[in-house]
Structure formats: C-alpha cells, structure tokens
Design a protein around this ligand. Sequence first.
Ligand code: 6R9
Length: 664
Amino acid sequence: MAAQQEPQQETYPPPPDLARDAVAQPELYERADADRLAFWHDQAKELLSWETEPTEVLDWSRAPFARWFADGRLNVAHNCVDRHVEAGHGDRVAIHWEGEPGDRRSITYAELGREVRRAANALEALGVRRGDRVALYLPMIPEAVVAMLACARIGAPHSVVFGGFSADALRSRVDDAEAVVVVTADGGYRRGAPAGLKANVDEALGDPARGGGSVRTVLVVRRTGQDVGWDDDRDVWWHDAVDGASEEHEAPALEAEHPLFILYTSGTTGKPKGILHTSGGYLTQAAYTHRNVFDVRPESDVYWCAADIGWVTGHSYIVYGPLANGVTQVMYEGTPDTPTRERWWEVVERYGVTLLYTAPTTVRTFMKWGAELLEGHDLSSLRLIGSVGEPINPEAWTWYRTHVGSGRTPVVDTWWQTETGAIMISPLPGVTTTKPGSAQRTLPGISAAVLDDAGEPVTDGQAGYLVLTEPWPSMLRGIWGDDDRYVETYWSRFPGRYFAGDGARLDEDGDVWLLGRVDDVMNVSGHRLSTAEIESALVSHHRVAEAAVVGASDDTTGQAVCAFVILRAREDAEDAEDAEDEGVGGEDGEALVAELRDHVAKEIGPIAKPRQVLVVAELPKTRSGKIMRRLLRDVAEGRETGDVTTLADSSVMGTIRAGMGGPA
Ligand code: 6R9
C-alpha cells in the first residue's frame, strides 16, 4: 500500500437546523470519553427494556472472549415489537413491504407482534428448543423478519443464508451450525421472474450421505405459487403451521449473552466463518448506532435500508436496530431495475422515505443509468442518506448527495463488518463536517487506530492497518465451533487489538479513510467473497488443474471477480490435441469459459460468478509457491506488471500476457 493524497475536496458542515436539533449532539463524544463503560451501561439501560437490568458492563477476563451486561436478562423480540405496542404505538406501521411484482402490505407493530408470537408457537410445536439452530433461506418478504424475530423470541439462534447462495453453500452452512429446521419459500421474485428456493433446499438436503442430516423440518412460505417438490415427512407449509397457531406467547427473559444469531462470512480460507452474535450487547449497539447515525425520529421518519436480510446490514439495520427503535420502514423485495430503472424513486415518493441506506455499488449503478431518471420524482422527503459495504469514492459520494440528497442532505458513510455487528466509524449527521469519501471518526464509545507492520501508530497520512483497540458491545463472540480460528484471525496479528483486515489512513484532521481489504477477501457490490472459496469452486471442475482469483477494480461493482485457470491435460489423444491449441479466443475456449463461470455460480451463487475467466499456461508464483495475486491484478486491471523479482520464474508474466494477446 502506498500513501495517497486526496485532492482538496469540498466539505459539508451539518445543516444548521440539524446541528441544533439532532438526536446526537457533541456531548455524546464527551460522555463516552469521560467513562466509556459507564457510557455503554447508560445506552443499554436507556435504549432497551430489560427483564433484569444489568449491573455488570464488560467482563474481559477471558479476552478476547467478551461478555457484556452478563447479569442482565432480556428478550430481543419483546424489545423489537411487544414493548412498542405496550407503549401505545401498536397502530404505527412497522413495515411497508413492497414485492417486486408490485404487491404491497403495510404491517403495524401490533400485527407484527401477533405474527411473531404465532411463528414462535409454531416453531416450538415443531420441537425447536432454546439453543437449537434454525436456518433461514428466504426472499425479502415480511416472513423473513417474522421468522428471525420468532427465533429470537424463543432463544433459537438463527442462521440466515442469503437467498442467492447455491444449494451447496446452503448445505455447508446448515451442516456447520447443525440446524434442526430450515425456513424457506417456494421462491422469490428477482428481475421480473420467480426464482426457486425450495428446489435448492431439496438439493441441499436430498442426499443424507452428502450432509444436511441435522434437519428435521423444512418450513415453506408460499410466495410465488410455483410448483415445488414435497417430502411429507419433512416439509410443512408455513401457513399450515403458523396461521392457526395461538397469538399468545410468553417471551422468556434470556441472558444477555444468549446466542442470537450466526451469520457466515467469507474469510481468507475456503471455509466460511460462522460469526456468532449474542443478545444484550448486540441489540444495545444496533439500536444506539441506528438512532444516532440516522438521527432517527420514530414518530415521523420513514426509513429504508435497501440491503438483503441475508447480509449483516439486513440483520442490524432492517431487523434489529430499526425495530428496537420502533421506526416505520420500507422493505422491498426485488432489484432496482424492475420493471423500470425508476423503481426506487417511485418507492421513495410513495412512502415519503426520509432516511435511505444503501451501498456504493448501487449509487454507481444509478450514476451509470443517469441522473435524468431521478428528475421526474419528488425526493424532497429525504433528509439523510447513508452508505455501507465498501469504500465510497468521492465522485459517487458527491453524486449521491447532489442527486439523491438534492444537494442538501447529510451523507453518512458507515464503516463496520459482520464481525463488529454494528456501525463503528461514521460521521454523526448533526455534528460532523463531512468529507466525500471518508468514514471519518469512530463513534462515541468506540476506539480504533491505524498501525504499521510493527504495530506502531502510523504518522504523516501513511497507509496502515485498521485495528479496534477496545472491546465493544456488539462485537462477535467468536466463530461458531472454532475458538482457535477466532483468536488466530482477529487477535494474533497485533496482540490485544482486533485486526479488521482493512487498510486505512488518517488525514491531518485525524479522519479515517478506508482503503479496502488487505487480505485475500474481495468486495464485489459490497459482498465479501473469498478468493480461496472461488478458487476451490473452480478446481472442483473436472477441466481445471489450478486456479487463481483476484478482485480487479470495476467501475460499478467496486471489485469484480477475475479468474486465471490452468487446464488439465485431457486423457484421450484426440482431446489432448485440441486442448493444446485451445486459446482464450477459440470457440471451445469460449464455451469452456462460459461453463466455468456457470460452475462457480452453481457452486457458490450468482454473486460469485467471475466477470472474466482467463485460461493461462502458468501462474506467477513466489519461490515458496505462493501465488502472486498482485501481479494478476495488474493483468486484470490492464496495467504494466509491477515488481516481478520475487517470482520463481520471471518469464511467467510474459507468457500470460502473450497468451491473452496483450502487451508482454
Ligand atoms: C457491513 C458490511 C465488511 C467489509 C469491511 C470493509 C468493507 C464496509 C465500508 C467498508 C469502506 C465503508 N466495508 N463498509 N469499506 N467503507 N463504509 O459490509 O459487512 O459484509 O462483513 O463486510 O466491507 O472492507 O471489512 P461485511
């Protein structure tokens, strides 16, 4: 990494009325700085309802395994729904849901409460007990929220698997968590057509020899009405199990450290990590960050987080944070271009959305489509817009503020991870003078540093490694079933500090600029993908001998998957001949490339499909046999090749370029 100097940018102070009235005022930093643990204790008590209020704050005696608010007891689902009804807000809309085909439902907090209690009873009737894991594989429909809250209510940790993942990816996650129930749907709508989900569940669980054996029941929501296979011994319709269930359900008071969910995320090896989050600390920070970063006014705001519940953003900022704060939100099932590229702006207009939270890749897509598409729509209800998932380049930031925020709304660029559970670095909209492209400051109560290789704080705006220097309430409690990997991945690079895996630098004001991942994790459209996972998918294809995957920069998706593969020699003589003259341009070559791209989509999911697959004769390796991805990235991004002196065979890069028809 090299230090880079941002050109002098315009900065944006908070609008004066917001500076005056914002939920978060400058003294929030002062309170947190004065006594960090007392500050978090206050947040936990002020923002949540406890059956037993905690007297303990942080137990760090078994570091890096943290316990927060450990003697407190609460029920997360009660905090997200029932208590708002008890406080007289039962008629407030919790979710304005819009399906991709245009069907709509508005669900009040009172109705949501009844649904969650019915679903909780249904799960218990299916034999789900406190501590059992439940896998959810669902489209963006209200039942997804209901199922998550029903699990939370009975203390059965959920493991949401993104609906775009393949049957194989689902099976490995179900197996790792040993889930007893899978909640799914017949399908969901995507780009104007029903996409099947139940069929993938059948494939994942169909052959007990391959896994999935822990699952007793598959609970199926009818969404698209498409035909589905059915196993009478295992499959149950959601409407049969839930609709007739009692709407009375006593929410048990669970320990603050009771597991709330597992969410799998890509790491540097091929095996996804099951990130474990627990109840009291997680909910405290989800609610605190949502309230202060988005300046939430539950009586008047209409909030829209356009993520999928399959990612952590959907967990913390569609389900737990917003519902704990009792806000009204919009939930949309489909893609932004269905039926037209104006869909989002129609949604903003229809519900009067005031707060919008999305990813830079979406902003760049809208940029590409052109600002004209927004011009016919009344976006004046928007008062604050947020970004998450990857670094937002200053051009996209400025476009977002100008065209979506009508040149007047604050933009909050929020840095965090599946592992952090909630936002860690972000402007506060009524306090911070924002700089396009910078996530700026740790939130009150959070501490971070940027370190060099030796673990010393970097100076002079140099690039370094982002670390978190103090434990925080919504931190991961570990990796499911793998304590050693937790310690090794996050706490061994800089002992005592949490290593985030991101590069960063601090500018002269001390503001943080994120520089992307420093490990073999790619960020494609804000989704984390591991190079190792895609490489192992590629080598599982019978024609591939070896594969190397890099993330190449892409104008729209941030990074794009770029794969280099070496083919196996074919067994029979005839084939061996055409394997030899099989260049990337040949007809057979093209068909094979298409096949390999589809193979990855099938093994992992369409989001992992490589943008490019290049067939090469050799891969650049160091003498110790490590693939030099840096050089492949140069090729993928069309640059001159950097330093090749550590290559075992320095002619390899020339061979690769020659094979591609590019400059050697
Ligand atoms: C919430 C989420 C985490 C990784 C993280 C970093 C990148 C997220 C960012 C950002 C720069 C931001 N990232 N937000 N980089 N600025 N505002 O995305 O979680 O899927 O676990 O990804 O995403 O690289 O390490 P997750």
